[in-house]
Design a protein around this ligand. Structure first.
Ligand SMILES: *Cc1c(COP(=O)(O)O)cnc(C)c1O
Length: 392
């Protein structure tokens, strides 16, 4: 998209990050399989060696589909620029590695995605960074857990198992007042559902594997930064060589084109199913912030511009064998990690096992549902049969 008009979201995802005139008029930026890039002269090669060559100097540093995906996502979320990395987990861990230095204290939400926590515990600590976890529901009160050496606050909203909505503007204000930076794992909402930079976030990260890819066939991550934070991230990205492949970024761009329309359907179906679940006697609580009356609904309504199809369910107390009977017999819902694809998934979760500074005690077994693009009535019938198996 070349003109500077601020188009609406569905238009942006259709047009951002592609320029057919560069590629024989082809609508989509093609895949480039290239490591070596040839220079025309020694003078050009020397320019590249000094880091001053204006074009691409090596395949590692951004083939066209890679940089087009980065430009599209940065523009969509209102960030300064983006880096594409090979997985969502690289996207969550990479800015922590880039921004925290030995002696710093990093605050991480206690509802954080499990593998991000493992990276903090196993590697940030090894590198001399003090990692502290905090209650995801602390808003402005987060200042009470700040230390003089706190430099980074890692947020994830809603938490991807327990769905707490964080007061990101209040956390960002408290952090900035002390010179600290805020990273947000924004995977659930995508750039369409939460415009992180409008709410004070410095670095927004995405598992593009999920809704942006959208088809359960690609692993990708995006790290989007404001103007202040981009330089150190770019430095580490370049120095570590964490490039994503041109093929994978082609799939990321292909997924992006339908993101707005897919999210509308994911959200509408998830809302219909959330309401159906909330009325079931087997269900104690539905964890879906867009649902009126659900935990986090007020903050979600205040800050978000959209939602997605991932939700939690807390069942009435029952034994593990009954839950397994329910899940083992599902016909449409698959049993597997990840989410954001066209197909529905369901898994049992044990969020209480990971917590270190808060307790999560919902009063029954927890499930997580990723509502796909199937007809929601068929999904409801699958769940209805599942509840019959649960009851035995
Ligand atoms: C899946 C996920 C990630 C990691 O993404 P991968 O591409 O699977 O590495 C990070 N954060 C959240 C919230 C996720 O759900």
């Amino acid at each position: 998209m070349s003109d500077k008009r601020r188009y609406r979201r569905a238009t942006q995802v259709a047009h951002l990050g592609r320029d057919p005139r560069r590629f024989l008029g082809a609508v989509n930026t093609p895949v480039f399989r290239a490591s070596t890039i040839l220079f025309r002269s020694v003078a050009e090669l020397e320019q590249a060696a000094r880091g001053e060559f204006p074009g691409l100097s090596y395949g590692l540093h951004g083939l066209p589909s890679v940089t087009d995906l980065a430009r599209a996502l940065a523009a969509l979320e209102g960030g300064h620029a983006a880096l594409i990395v090979p997985s969502g987990l690289t996207a969550t861990t990479f800015p922590l590695l880039a921004l925290a230095k030995p002696g710093d204290h990093v605050l991480v939400t206690d509802a954080v995605y499990g593998p991000t926590r493992r990276f903090c515990d196993n590697h940030l600590r090894r590198l001399g960074v003090d990692v502290g976890y905090y209650d995801p529901l602390l808003g402005a009160d987060i200042e009470k857990v700040f230390q003089p050496n706190t430099t980074v606050v890692f947020t994830e909203s809603p938490g991807s198992l327990t769905f707490e909505v964080q007061d990101i503007p209040a956390i960002a204000a408290a952090a900035h007042a002390r010179g600290a930076r805020v990273i947000l794992d924004n995977t659930w909402a995508t750039p369409l559902g939460f415009r992180a930079f409008d709410h004070g976030v410095d670095v927004s990260v995405h598992a593009a594997t999920k809704y942006i890819g959208g088809h359960s066939d690609v692993l990708l991550g995006a790290v989007i930064a404001n103007a202040d934070m981009f330089a150190p991230l770019w430095r580490l990205w370049t120095d570590m060589g964490v490039a994503a492949s041109s093929d994978d970024c082609f799939l990321g761009l292909r997924g992006l084109r339908s993101l707005a329309v897919r999210l509308e359907r994911h959200t509408a179906s998830a809302m219909q199913i959330a309401k159906w679940l909330a009325a079931r006697p087997e269900v104690r609580e539905v964890l879906y912030p867009p649902l009126p009356g659900a935990r986090g609904h007020a903050l979600w309504s205040r800050d978000f511009t959209g939602a997605s199809g991932l939700l939690g369910v807390v069942l009435q107390p029952t034994d593990a064998a009954s839950v397994a009977r329910m899940l083992d017999g599902m016909r449409l819902f698959g049993l597997g990690w990840s989410w954001g694809g066209f197909e529905s998934l369901i898994i049992p979760t044990w969020p209480e096992r990971a917590r270190t500074v808060t307790t999560w005690n919902p009063g029954g077994p927890a499930l997580r549902l990723a509502i796909g693009l199937e007809d929601p009535q068929d999904l409801i019938e699958d769940l209805d049969d599942g509840f019959q198996r649960l009851r035995g």
